[in-house]
Design a protein around this ligand. Structure first.
Ligand SMILES: Nc1ncnc2c1ncn2[C@@H]1O[C@H](COP(=O)(O)OP(=O)(O)O)[C@@H](O)[C@H]1O
Ligand SMILES: [Mg+2]
Length: 1022
């Protein structure tokens, strides 16, 4: 890693050693360095050390360090880096460079990878990665030399969406860090993020956001806070990051007067006189860089320059003319420049160049780094560059562009196109700026740098009219550039701009001469409208299809058909089925397996109809399985994941919980295979956790949810997982946790579009929570409010039934007008609900058991009421849902008890069935209620509880499972793998178990488990 602060002396000496001694002597007088000691910064160093300590403990930690230019951000980081290295850490530093709006995509990360390859070698780096081939192809997007000349990216598979390719690259990078951090702690530093390109900003956000998945990695980001104007793109990122728990933002202040004096003394090697330090502080105001530069003035700063830029220019102007000339040229380069490139551009031999540069190195203006020569501080480069005359400016950039054009190897692999685009543009050479921007946009596309690609394409469009033969020059017409721009905008998520490009392209085309292009653009426009939340119509797609009949272009028609049937497949109808069938036929004729899988998937959805209900073995499942098999064969991940989500959702809807969880788990494994475990896999966790919840495997469901939450998934995933975990906490009587989770998900839902599958489970949780904490009347109020807020008439009955049941239950417990009118409203809704499949049937029966007045006859007849309650019990038992079954049993017992002493036996029988269910779930409030009712059923004298907990020392079912593995001698990692939980969770379980058993070690715990026969007992209760 280049060290840009201390330690120049060695390098300087090395260079000086090669030179003519008399010259060395001459410059020796001017030679200067910074302060050998770090002045102040105790608090900041402590913060870095604390964060480093925190990651050592397994927690995530990231620091955002702002401060003006020259205040000492780099110095602070280097001092800390040296300490961390001494403590055994690996430090990766990548700096962002000022390259205008067209920053090299992923610049800092490419630099880190390059340094890493230099340090450990490409082979070792590749060896660190699982699924090396794919991983290497991905990482080669950042560092092409990694792939040894092969094209970057996963070119083998079928069309991957751009977002997917990028997600995969991000995950591979994360995995690399994870692997590196196994052997030693890792410190990752991104310097000068105010210049970061958008791709780098995205990757920073990703790494910090997913940092919980990274043990032993500290992330630090520095930036010039004084340059963050109101619309600076780094601002929103900083705001987003500071909201994360483990992220801390600090602002590096200038030095105090005392510290500035200390700095002066350190630089001068003794105390400076008072007058000088006063003047110094007055001018430099505690900025260390300014202080150092002033101290370097030979005249003791008699002539005080107006600004730091002037000061820095003065420093440079004191160097020999030849040296200044080289510096002016070097100032046009982006970052450090190799001696060979600098020699070419200056027209010198390398020896001449070394001689010319020597005074700049001695004078501490330039420093040598592994990449070549670089300015000691970016401000010096800026000052020198500003000093260039306009004519000189273009000339210098032209020289760079020509040199790189003649020999691309002069800059890093994959950088030549971007560098040329930058230099030609800066040189105001319109023709070559246009051509090179076009070429660089292709390179950006390979690097999945969509935003940069968009910037470059926008430049091509901007320059287009100024270059008479632009189309011939780039080999593409204007519309093609617009189409590419629209695609880049789509990939970069800039839908408004994408729509504008599409409209412009459409305006330039004539559908009579170019029907296919027009049609595809219409389909794009439809997609942009949808993404922008504009009213969706089928008009564009219909017109597109009419423009491209089969005989004109089958492939394009297939694409259009898929788009059209996708749009309407949930509504169903013969129209969409026809289109999907046609797409299927074309795909098969053309041997396009990916399209075939998509068409089959669409047909599956259409088959399930607008209610979205299908049983295993139905046509929907047959089609879906067929589609999934094909998608698996060709590695069409998009299709696989959609199908997996869809199938598990359907299975869960019809009570096939085991299978639903299994399918979703397979999906997670697929996501892992495709390098997308964190981004795409986390969503699937919902579809694993939900059926587990229903099956009463609550600990497992919680583990899955927690593991997914560790990956910091998008808000919608987090929201569903929060609701799910909250409802388990509530059922277990942990109202504090339930309230916290409910509040979290409620906040996430505020202000976003209503969705049955989120808002309604939230309502159920809120009602239950109100009942537990404030009683029935409050719960009635919450339920009434929910019904008032949501118009449930158009909602899916799958999500409405649970609301109706809990609302009816609380209304029955409360009394008074509000409860009555709520019941009235519920009855109307209940009558209108669909009852598709066994789960909805069970809900309906529960509803009828809770509110029998919906049926007059039953209300009058206690036997019929008991029968209704028992029917609900049977329905829940049939689909293996223990918790609702236990609730229904309690409901039945209450009905029986209401019939007077004669009902006691019937009540006790049902309660005794309910008790083990509630106990096993750890649903304490329900266990307590059962115990109380049993006492009532037994008559006034006895009060024996059956809520009696099993004699397992309070170990939960999950803990027993973990204990079994501990006893078998497995490590936390092995336990995690076996139980599909994170190692962290496994370790939490183990420490809880040790505590409950009063054991100090795992061996002791195992011995105790044997002695107490805990595992034998648990076997029977499983
Ligand atoms: N606390 C400090 N003690 C001693 N020297 C410092 C201190 N802070 C900065 N410097 C020196 O001031 C100069 C500018 O600091 P640098 O870290 O490059 O600033 P920044 O990265 O914030 O722009 C460097 O030469 C550095 O060594
Ligand atoms: Mg710096």
């Amino acid at each position: 890693m280049p060290d840009t602060t201390g330690g120049h002396d060695r390098e300087t000496a090395a260079i000086a050693g090669m030179s003519d001694p008399s010259e060395t002597l001459h410059y020796e007088m001017n030679r200067r360095g910074g302060s050998p000691v770090l002045v102040g910064r105790a608090a900041e160093m402590a913060a870095l050390q604390a964060a480093f300590g925190a990651v050592g403990q397994g927690g995530p930690a990231a620091l955002l360090i702002g401060g003006e230019a020259g205040v000492g951000k780099t110095r602070l980081i280097s001092e800390f880096a040296a300490e961390a290295r001494a403590a055994g850490a690996r430090v990766l530093i990548g700096g962002c460079l000022e390259l205008g709006a067209d920053g090299l995509p992923f610049g800092p990360f490419t630099a880190m990878l390059r340094d890493l390859v230099r340090e450990i070698g490409a082979d070792e780096l590749i060896g660190l990665l699982p699924g090396s081939d794919r991983a290497v192809r991905e990482l080669a997007r950042l560092l092409p030399e990694l792939a040894g000349g092969q094209p970057a990216g996963d070119s083998a598979g079928p069309l991957h969406s751009a977002g997917e390719a990028r997600a995969r690259l991000f995950e591979e990078f994360l995995t690399l860090l994870e692997r590196l951090a196994v052997a030693q702690p890792l410190v990752l530093v991104v310097e000068d993020a105010h210049w970061a390109d958008r791709s780098s900003r995205d990757l920073i956000a990703f790494l910090i956001g997913y940092q919980r998945a990274l043990a032993n990695v500290l992330i630090a980001v520095t930036f010039r806070s004084d340059e963050l104007h109101r619309t600076h793109p780094l601002r929103p990122l900083l705001a987003e990051l500071t909201r994360i728990d483990w992220v801390e933002r600090t602002e590096l202040p200038r030095l105090s007067r005392g510290q500035a004096e200390e700095l002066a003394a350190a630089v001068l090697g003794g105390f400076a006189d008072r007058a000088l330090t006063d003047r110094l502080y007055e001018r430099a105001e505690g900025n260390p860089l300014f202080t150092e530069e002033l101290l370097a003035c030979p005249d003791g700063c008699a002539l005080i320059p107006d600004s730091l830029a002037d000061l820095l220019q003065q420093v440079v102007r004191r160097l020999p003319e030849d040296t200044q000339e080289v510096l002016r040229i070097a100032s046009a380069a982006s970052g450090a420049t190799s001696p060979t490139l600098l020699a070419r551009v200056t027209g010198k031999t390398e020896d001449e160049l070394t001689a010319a540069i020597r005074p700049a190195v001695t004078g501490n203006v330039l420093v040598t780094t592994t990449d070549g020569y670089g300015f000691r501080h970016a401000l010096i480069r800026e000052a020198v560059h500003e000093d260039l005359l306009p004519g000189e400016h273009s000339q210098v950039h032209t020289k760079f562009a020509l040199a790189i054009d003649a020999d691309a190897a002069l800059v890093g692999d994959g950088r030549a196109d971007m560098e040329k685009a930058h230099h030609w543009y800066a040189a105001h050479n319109t023709t070559w700026a246009l051509i090179s921007a076009w070429q660089a946009s292709m390179q950006a596309s390979r690097s999945v740098a969509h935003a940069e690609r968009l910037v470059l394409l926008a430049r091509v469009l901007e320059l287009w009219d100024q270059v008479p033969d632009a189309a011939e020059r780039v080999g593409a017409d204007h519309v093609r550039v617009l189409e590419e721009s629209a695609a880049a905008a789509r990939d970069a998520g800039e839908h408004k701009r994408g729509l504008a490009f599409t409209e412009s392209a459409l305006a330039e085309l004539d559908e009579l001469t170019d029907p296919v292009r027009v049609a595809l653009l219409l389909s794009e426009r439809h997609m942009f409208h949808r993404e922008l939340g504009m009213p969706e119509t089928l008009e564009d797609l219909d017109r597109a299809l009419s423009l491209v009949p089969e005989e004109l272009d089958k492939k394009a028609r297939t694409r259009l058909l898929l788009a059209a049937s996708h749009f309407g497949c949930h509504e169903g109808g013969p129209h969409f089925r026809e289109r999907a069938n046609e797409a299927l036929r074309f795909a098969r004729e053309a041997g396009d397996r990916d399209a075939e899988a998509q068409a089959l998937a669409m047909l599956a959805v259409i088959e399930a109809g607008p209610l979205g209900v299908a049983e295993p073995g139905s046509e929907t499942f047959r089609l879906s399985a067929q589609a999934r098999a094909i998608a698996q064969q060709v590695g069409a991940y998009q299709s696989i994941i959609k199908l997996v989500i869809y199938e598990s959702h359907l299975l869960c809807g019809v009570g096939e919980y085991e299978r639903a969880a299994m399918v979703a788990r397979e999906g997670i494994a697929d996501a892992e295979r495709h390098g997308l475990a964190r981004t795409r896999g986390a969503f699937l966790a919902i579809n694993v956790a939900e059926p587990l919840l229903y099956l009463g495997r609550w600990d497992e469901a919680l583990d899955v949810a927690e593991r997914a939450l560790d990956l910091a998934p998008p808000w919608s995933t987090r929201c569903s997982l929060s609701i799910l975990s909250g409802s388990i906490a509530l059922a277990r009587g942990d109202t504090a946790t339930a309230a916290r989770l409910a509040a979290a998900s409620r906040e996430m839902l505020a202000g976003v579009r209503y969705e049955d599958q989120k808002n309604l489970p939230q309502a159920v949780l809120d009602i239950g929570l109100a009942l537990a904490t404030e009683g029935p009347a409050a719960a009635v109020a919450v339920a009434t409010e929910a019904l008032h807020e949501y118009d449930l008439s158009g909602s899916s009955s799958r999500y409405v039934w649970p609301v109706l049941v809990i609302a009816a239950a609380v209304a029955r417990q409360a009394s008074g007008e509000a409860a009555e009118s709520l019941l009235c409203r519920l009855r109307t809704l209940a009558e209108k609900q669909d009852v598709c499949g066994p789960v909805q049937r069970a809900w309906q029966l529960s509803y009828q058991a809770v509110d029998p007045r919906a049926d007059d006859d039953a209300a009058a007849d206690p036997a019929a009421r008991l029968a209704a309650a028992d029917a609900a019990v049977a329905a829940w038992e049939a689909i293996d849902q223990p918790y609702p079954a236990a609730l229904a049993l309690v409901g039945a017992a209450q009905v029986a008890l209401a019939g007077g002493p004669s009902g006691r036996v019937a009540a006790a029988a049902r309660l005794r069935r309910a008790a083990p269910l509630a106990d096993r779930l750890g649903a304490r409030p329900l266990s307590d209620q059962i115990a109380a009712l049993l006492a009532q059923a037994a008559g006034p004298a006895t009060g024996q509880g059956t809520g009696a907990r099993q004699d397992r020392l309070g170990l939960t079912g999950r803990e027993i499972e973990v204990l079994r593995l501990v006893t078998a001698g497995q490590s936390n990692r092995e336990i995690a793998a076996a139980l599909f939980i994170s190692p962290k969770t496994a370790s939490v379980h183990v420490s809880n178990i040790l505590a409950k058993l009063g054991a100090a070690t795992r061996t002791e715990a195992a011995a105790r488990a044997h002695a107490l026969r805990l595992l034998d007992a648990a076997e029977g209760s499983r």
